[in-house]
Write a protein that binds this ligand. Structure first.
Ligand code: HEC
Ligand code: HEC
Ligand code: HEC
Ligand code: HEC
Ligand code: HEC
Length: 221
């Protein structure tokens, strides 16, 4: 005796329909995570909480310490680098109290110095491994920190202001003039061109022989 059909015939396809829609959903979820949550799309505005409440606004802005005092490698090599605790201790062996944080934050620097365990600053700007960048190549040709990092001297906590994407790099490599200034002014973030920046920039294209390349091997090597 044949078993009576309990479900109509099309229901045989239900598991297949489930499988297909599940796969589609999974693909979409992977795509969504990749597309919306990958670093490239979260860079601008990225502002992590740092282990010590160090402020650029106070040090570089109000106290007027030059960027190169701490980022001393920026004119010499690829990386600007983040200063070792020793640099902070030049001042903070004497200055043990802050105006807003008292001794709490500065004592972290002293502890790091005494234990020899470096402060674990959270990295904000980071290109993928396959892209090549060099700070010295830029700042020595008159491109200011300001162009790529914004008014860091007004930020308590550094936040990324540029996408650091290929399109962004190329836009300037194709037309650098408006972003050039006298090399002496690269760390003067408040500086503004007198008149048309593009006109002024032309002068530095000549003076510093500025010809950024746009072939792939410039940045992918
Ligand atoms: C007294 C030392 C000191 C001075 C002066 C200083 N910085 Fe910094 N900078 C730091 C430290 C420490 C960090 C890491 C913590 C942080 O991100 O705030 C840092 C981080 C940064 C970062 C983010 C690095 C990353 O993780 O991607 C940028 C950009 C930066 N500094 C730019 C500047 C510029 C531009 C100036 C000059 C206007 C400047 N700094 C002056 C100490 C200094
Ligand atoms: C050239 C001297 C100098 C250097 C170098 C320096 N500082 Fe300071 N820092 C100061 C002064 C001055 C103050 C206090 C200002 C005041 O009392 O008004 C201060 C205050 C602070 C405070 C307290 C802020 C507050 O609002 O309470 C912290 C935290 C701090 N510094 C962290 C650092 C770190 C981290 C480094 C190294 C990356 C560093 N400083 C390097 C001079 C310096
Ligand atoms: C042409 C754009 C550009 C200019 C100009 C520039 N930076 Fe950067 N900066 C970058 C990029 C891109 C990164 C990420 C580099 C990487 O991941 O290798 C970065 C990273 C950094 C970092 C993180 C640590 C490191 O070395 O990678 C610091 C600190 C920094 N910059 C400080 C500065 C300071 C200070 C100046 C000016 C004296 C400056 N930058 C000028 C584009 C620039
Ligand atoms: C605001 C303008 C500007 C931006 C933005 C910029 N560059 Fe440049 N770049 C220049 C200039 C100017 C030079 C110097 C060209 C020369 O020496 O003739 C240069 C040179 C270079 C060089 C050549 C270094 C060498 O060893 O010859 C590399 C690599 C480079 N840039 C990579 C990048 C990457 C990667 C980015 C994006 C993350 C970027 N640049 C963003 C202006 C810029
Ligand atoms: C001025 C520097 C520069 C030049 C020139 C350049 N690239 Fe890029 N490229 C980058 C940067 C920066 C990224 C993004 C890295 C990241 O996401 O951190 C990138 C990303 C990429 C990616 C990954 C996909 C993406 O969009 O993130 C590919 C593929 C690529 N580049 C191919 C090329 C090819 C092909 C050329 C030559 C036609 C070229 N690039 C020229 C700087 C450059």
């Amino acid at each position: 005796m044949k078993t009576p059909f309990v479900f109509p015939k099309w229901t045989n396809k239900v598991p297949a329909i489930f499988a297909v829609s599940f796969t589609l959903f999974a693909c979409f979820a992977i795509f969504a995570i990749w597309y919306w949550a990958s670093p490239k799309n979260t860079t601008v505005g990225y502002q992590p909480i740092q282990p010590v409440a160090y402020s650029h606004k106070l040090h570089a802005g109000q106290l007027g310490i030059d960027c190169r005092y701490c980022h001393f490698n920026v004119e010499r090599g690829r990386h600007a680098g983040v200063p070792p605790t020793d640099v902070c201790m030049n001042c903070h062996n004497l200055i043990t109290r802050g105006p807003t944080t008292g001794t709490a934050e500065i004592s972290k620097i002293r502890e790091a110095h005494e234990s020899g365990v470096p402060i674990k600053w959270v990295r904000i700007h980071k290109l993928a491994e396959f892209a090549y960048f060099d700070h010295s190549a830029h700042v020595n040709k008159g491109v200011s920190c300001m162009v790529c990092h914004g008014r860091v001297d007004q930020m308590d906590e550094v936040r990324a202001v540029a996408p650091l994407s290929m399109g962004w790099c190329l836009e300037c490599h194709r037309n650098p003039a408006p972003n050039l200034r006298d090399r002496k002014l690269i760390t003067n973030l408040a500086w503004k061109a007198d008149g048309d920046p593009a006109e002024l920039g032309k002068q530095f294209i000549e003076k510093y022989h500025v010809h950024p390349r746009t072939d792939c091997s410039t940045c992918h090597r």
